[in-house]
Write a protein that binds this ligand. Structure first.
Ligand code: HEM
Length: 529
């Protein structure tokens, strides 16, 4: 034998041995996942059952989570395997088991990416660490403080109304009796201004400028998209973050962190100058205490304020858009909401600027808001938790410790076992007609803000803001969806929150961590009052 041929033959043998070993390992892995893993009996998409590929990462990339997960549950029932070690559950009985106060189910590593800086409430995984932080920060989010901060929301709303008026005046100059306004961006400018007022000491004045002068929107889109994608495979998180940044051509967490630092530093300077301090969430955060009694450091305050920027504007804007869409899109509902508002004004129960207390008495409007939170939850993604030591029985299945279990507000809210046979329909009356017991169950099954100890800390801020803003806009202006036509400003096809393409939809929705709408064009006229 030629001595020179020996190494190349050897190389060929060892290369094919390596390929065979890898193939064997892969086959054994998929056989184990499909037939022997503790989750082997749980149905789901094929790639999840074989433990290969990543169904969840695909959902994050394609931004179709809500409707794809809903379809899997329609096909397979209450429990669906979504990955090697991940399961989605939509049986409402599991809500209290997984999310209740005092539960041992910790958050999964998915959440570590949902923070511009480590250490936020949202990204704290262990329940005990979380409860200490939550106790320290809760005074900044009380209802009492919130009521005192209403005026701050009023001044942002004034800027929004002035923006609408400018648009209408400019349309009138061109001979049109209505202005076409893109509500998706406009309502987020308002939500950001409010976050600025409450958490950063001043409005960002985006509504006044009529545009996103500080480039918050691309930063927030990049932050959420990349956090959600990275969270689906925490071990590959840093590469997925880089990939997202490249794909979206925008910085997310880093940019958000820098903005938070700038704003809080400005406030620290003001404090140092001895200027009178305003009352707001930021002021309360400066008085928050650690478990050892020490005050929150500037860094801790910055991290917390930054998290409000990340968590508080998209969510509120999504809900305001959805509420307006449901109301404007159905003449009967629109008429009913308007007659309730006008009736309350006539009876002297409603004045402008509208207070939160007055707005909560608009019972039909509040039912529309509840129904919007149900059918268009801002977060359609699942809220994942780790099964604690000893395992758990959920929806009739035993899951060993370490399994990642999760429930999606979007899916749960559309299931008949949670909201009745008409769960798929927008029917505000369900909240008004239900007897006390049924209403209690429906409230428990409504997980738009999460549930239990990790429930959204900003829930009341959003509800207050939406309750003040939406009736005010409806009272001042007439709204109609801008019809799609070759000359209309739409560039994307109509797609609803359920993922169905339909040219009658006034917007285009994607369903990733957030169910974000874009191109929500409406024709707005001043209303004869
Ligand atoms: C309609 C508006 C909102 C929706 C639908 C919403 C939704 C949620 C959900 C689903 C969670 C729980 C996540 C989980 O358990 O896995 C959450 C947590 C949180 N939200 Fe909101 N949110 C909204 C508004 C806000 C606002 C305005 C703020 C800030 C002012 C905020 C700050 C937070 C924070 C800090 C957490 C973490 C709480 C904790 O773990 O203790 N959210 N939110």
């Amino acid at each position: 034998m030629d001595a020179l041929q020996l190494p190349s033959t050897f190389q060929q043998i060892s290369a094919s041995a390596l390929v065979s070993a890898i193939a064997l390992a892969l086959v054994s892995w998929t056989i184990y996942q499909r037939f022997f893993s503790p989750l082997a009996q749980i149905p789901g998409p094929l790639c999840a059952r074989f433990g290969v590929g990543s169904w969840l990462s695909s959902r994050a990339l394609r931004q179709d989570m809500g409707w794809m997960l809903f379809a899997e549950h329609e096909k397979h029932g209450a429990v669906v395997r979504t990955g090697r070690n991940t399961v989605s559950i939509c049986d409402p009985s599991a809500i209290s088991e997984i999310y209740r106060y005092g539960s041992d189910f910790a958050k999964t590593s998915f959440y570590t990416f949902f923070a511009a800086s480590p250490g936020t409430l949202m990204s704290t995984l262990a329940n005990r660490d979380h409860s200490e932080k939550r106790k320290a920060q809760s005074p900044a989010f009380t209802m009492t403080l919130l009521v005192e901060l209403e005026e701050l929301v009023d001044s942002c709303l004034d800027d929004l109304v002035a923006l609408f008026d400018r648009e209408i005046a400019s349309a009138a100059k061109k001979g049109s009796d209505s202005a076409t306004i893109e509500l998706a961006e406009t309502l987020q400018l308002l939500a950001l201004d409010v976050v600025g007022e409450l958490a950063f000491g001043r409005s960002f004045k985006l509504c006044e400028a009529g545009t996103d002068t500080q480039a918050f929107l691309p930063m927030l889109v990049s932050f959420t998209f990349s956090a959600c994608l990275a969270g689906t495979h925490a071990w590959a998180g840093p590469s997925l973050l880089l990939y997202s940044r490249f794909k979206l051509k925008a910085r997310g967490a880093g940019a958000l962190r820098e903005r938070a630092i700038e704003c809080v530093n400005e406030r620290v300077k003001q404090q140092a100058s001895g200027a009178e301090q305003r009352k707001d969430i930021l002021a309360k955060l400066f008085t928050a205490k650690n478990p050892d009694g020490s005050l929150y450091s500037t860094k801790q305050v910055t991290v917390t304020a930054g998290s409000i920027l990340g968590a508080g504007s998209d969510t509120t804007a999504i809900t305001m858009r959805a509420l307006l869409r449901y109301i404007i899109g159905d003449k009967k509902i629109y008429d009913k909401v308007m007659s309730e508002i006008e009736g309350a004004i006539e009876e002297g129960n409603l004045n402008f600027p509208l207070t939160y207390a007055e707005g909560t008495k608009l019972s039909y409007f509040q039912a529309c808001l509840k129904e919007t939170l149900r059918l268009h939850p801002a977060v359609p993604w699942t809220l994942p938790r780790v099964v604690p030591e000893g395992g758990a029985v959920l929806a009739g299945h035993f899951f060993p410790a370490g399994t990642e279990v999760a429930m999606s507000p979007f899916v749960v809210h559309r299931r008949p076992e949670a909201f009745g046979e008409d769960a798929a329909f927008f029917r505000p009356e369900r909240w008004l007609e239900a007897d006390a017991e049924t209403k209690k169950v429906m409230e428990r099954n409504l997980i738009t803000f999460g549930s239990g100890s990790r429930v959204c800390i900003g829930k009341n801020i959003s509800l207050m803001e939406i309750t003040k803003v939406v009736p005010t806009l409806l009272h001042k202006y007439d709204f109609a969806f801008t019809p799609r036509s070759p000359s209309s400003p739409h560039t994307l096809p109509g797609r609803g929150v359920d993922g169905v393409f339909n040219e009658k939809e006034p917007w285009h929705v994607v369903s990733q961590f957030f169910a974000i709408q874009s191109e929500f064009f409406v024709d707005v006229k001043e209303r004869a009052v």
